[in-house]
Design a protein around this ligand. Structure first.
Ligand code: SAM
Ligand code: CA
Length: 220
């Protein structure tokens, strides 16, 4: 028995997956295809995708935002968890990667729930606010360029209804958050983001040690 978060070794992680992962074939195929791509490790872990699906269902979320689509694994998890009249606004700048995502949204029969904006995410979020979408979303997932995390967070906070949740990925950054010799821009941005979020009384928070670290922030 342990009263602190366990360090998962390879075999305990394999057990976790075998005991709980219910990945549908379409998500498995996308994960296998992504594994062959350069930068495949940008994709979220499958157990994280399943957790986000559960969260979306628990919240009864209907309108969501995804910042950082890549080949589409997390967006497909979200789209599959949303009701048939749900919507996911997807932000990315890569036509090449999101074309794989679009292919899988189609294969999974969820394309009608997805709105893809190929533009810098800040611009898309600001346009949504300008179009009167203030407090009209339930859930947001931030997983794009780390140096913009705080800006995305502030914009998502405006776009989310009270009670809405922002999930922020990679907050443990492969352990570099505590490596004093790591002073690259991404690491500094994540450290600063974590520090500021802890002090932000506008939200309730929890940092989950799932995959590369996922913080949930619930707008009060
Ligand atoms: N959530 C994805 C998944 O689970 O497969 C992984 C996202 S990947 C870590 C980051 C993505 O952010 C890349 O696809 C990249 O093109 C995108 N990106 C980088 N800078 C961006 C920006 N300024 N605006 C929107 N997307 C951006
Ligand atoms: Ca990520």
């Amino acid at each position: 028995m342990s009263n602190r978060t366990l360090n998962l070794d390879e075999s305990l992680y394999e057990y976790l997956l075998s005991a709980s992962l219910r990945e549908p074939p379409v998500l498995k195929r996308l994960r296998e295809q992504t594994a062959k791509a350069a930068m495949a490790n940008m994709q979220i872990a499958p157990e994280q995708g399943q957790f986000m699906q559960l969260l979306i269902k628990l919240m009864g979320a209907k309108r969501t935002i995804e910042i950082g689509v890549f080949t589409g694994y997390s967006s497909l998890c979200t789209a599959l968890a949303l009701p048939d009249d749900g919507e996911i606004v997807c932000c990315d700048i890569s036509e090449k990667w999101t074309s794989i995502a679009a292919d899988f949204w189609l294969k999974a029969g969820v394309s009608h729930k997805v709105k893809l904006y190929l533009a810098p995410a800040q611009e898309t979020l600001e346009n949504l606010l300008a179009a009167g979408e203030y407090e009209s979303f339930d859930f947001a997932f931030i997983d794009a360029d780390k140096s913009s995390y705080w800006r995305y967070y502030e914009l998502c906070l405006q776009l989310l209804r009270p009670g809405g949740v922002i999930a922020v990925d990679n907050v443990l950054w492969d352990g570099k958050v505590i490596d004093e010799s790591a002073n690259d821009a991404d690491t500094l941005a994540i450290r600063q983001f974590n520090l500021q979020l802890k002090a932000d009384t506008r939200v309730d928070i929890s940092l989950l040690p799932i995959a590369d670290g996922l913080t949930l922030a619930r707008k009060k």
